[in-house]
Design a protein around this ligand. Structure first.
Ligand SMILES: CC(C)(COP(=O)(O)OP(=O)(O)OC[C@H]1O[C@@H](n2cnc3c(N)ncnc32)[C@H](O)[C@@H]1OP(=O)(O)O)[C@@H](O)C(=O)NCCC(=O)NCCS
Length: 270
């Protein structure tokens, strides 16, 4: 898939290319010195700045600015345009996509991490969650997930319970983000695998096993304290995952880690 340069003012850094049907997964820490936050904030639109100003907690405002600015810089490098020229449009339930490009992307943030995925021409969703103590884990599972998923969760040994809960959560949220519905989509209408040793996959979607087979689901190993997943509607695509970077590594004069090759390349599972 090609995009013309079209904008001689693009970042001084090299551009990124999505070749064939590849899925690129990148992650970034959402903590940075104030000067770096200010540089990423400068890429935001007025609408995004107004949104940032509404956060009551500083750490959430900073996370939003870094994640949105980071997304703009990354997309700018895929499209070969300046980050502030990246134009988003929004689906009915708020899913952002690119105006005038067949690049698809999705973003998620939790704790101190932002996760980004990019691919050509296919619905795609990602979710990352920092694992934390959940008091009424089975109650939440019973209220939100399929009975079979809750039963599988109950069957896990206690040491795998929290990990299992967040695996379920991220696998399911990656799907509802891929279809753009977010939490408007009932989480108990589709089922994902959970048991240890079973690859991440959709078991059924609205009771339809064939529809489930037209989707791919991968767990993403980003950080030991986090669970993450990506879902997309296609046969298995080559998946490339980069090491987590610091926000300053995206700046024109920052260190160059964002240029490194991916640390993982897989076409089926990670
Ligand atoms: C999409 C949704 C599931 C994300 O939940 P979350 O775990 O809090 O957030 P994540 O960090 O995983 O993802 C957030 C990012 O997903 C993207 N996103 C937003 N809406 C989306 C949607 N409907 N589908 C897919 N992606 C979406 C945005 O990039 C967003 O980043 P931003 O919040 O910094 O703008 C949730 O916000 C939702 O259900 N939204 C639809 C309902 C709604 O709009 N509610 C508003 C309150 S009334």
């Amino acid at each position: 898939m090609q995009h013309s340069a079209g904008d001689s003012g693009a970042s001084g850094r090299g551009s990124f290319e999505l070749t064939g049907r590849t899925v690129h997964v990148r992650s970034m820490r959402t903590k940075a010195p104030e000067a770096v936050v200010a540089e990423l904030a400068a890429t935001l639109t007025q609408r995004e700045r107004n949104h940032a100003a509404k956060y009551c907690f500083d750490h959430l405002r900073v996370r939003y600015i870094l994640a949105t600015g980071g997304l703009r810089i990354l997309l700018g490098r895929y499209l070969n345009i300046r980050p502030e020229r990246v134009e988003f449009r929004y689906g009915v339930k708020g899913k952002p996509s690119l105006a005038g490009s067949d690049h698809q992307f999705n973003m998620s943030h939790s704790g101190e991490l932002a996760l980004f995925a990019f691919t050509p021409e296919c619905e795609l969703g990602v979710d990352v969650e920092r694992m934390r103590t959940v008091d009424d884990l089975f109650g939440i599972a019973a209220g939100a997930f399929c009975p079979e998923e809750t039963a599988e969760l109950r069957s896990l040994p206690p040491r795998l319970l929290h990990q299992g809960f967040f695996s379920l959560w991220t696998r399911k949220e990656a799907y509802i983000k891929a279809i753009g519905q977010g939490l408007y989509a009932p989480l108990d209408r589709f089922r994902v695998s959970l048991l240890p040793g079973e690859p991440a996959r959709f078991v059924h979607i609205d009771g339809d096993a064939a529809e489930a087979r037209s989707w791919m689901l991968h767990d993403l190993t980003i950080h030991p304290e986090y669970r993450a997943a990506v879902a997309y509607r296609d046969a298995a695509r080559p998946l490339e995952i980069w090491e987590t970077i610091e926000p300053e590594e995206l700046l024109e004069n920052g260190p160059r880690a964002a240029e490194r090759p991916p640390v993982t390349a897989a076409s089926d599972g990670v």
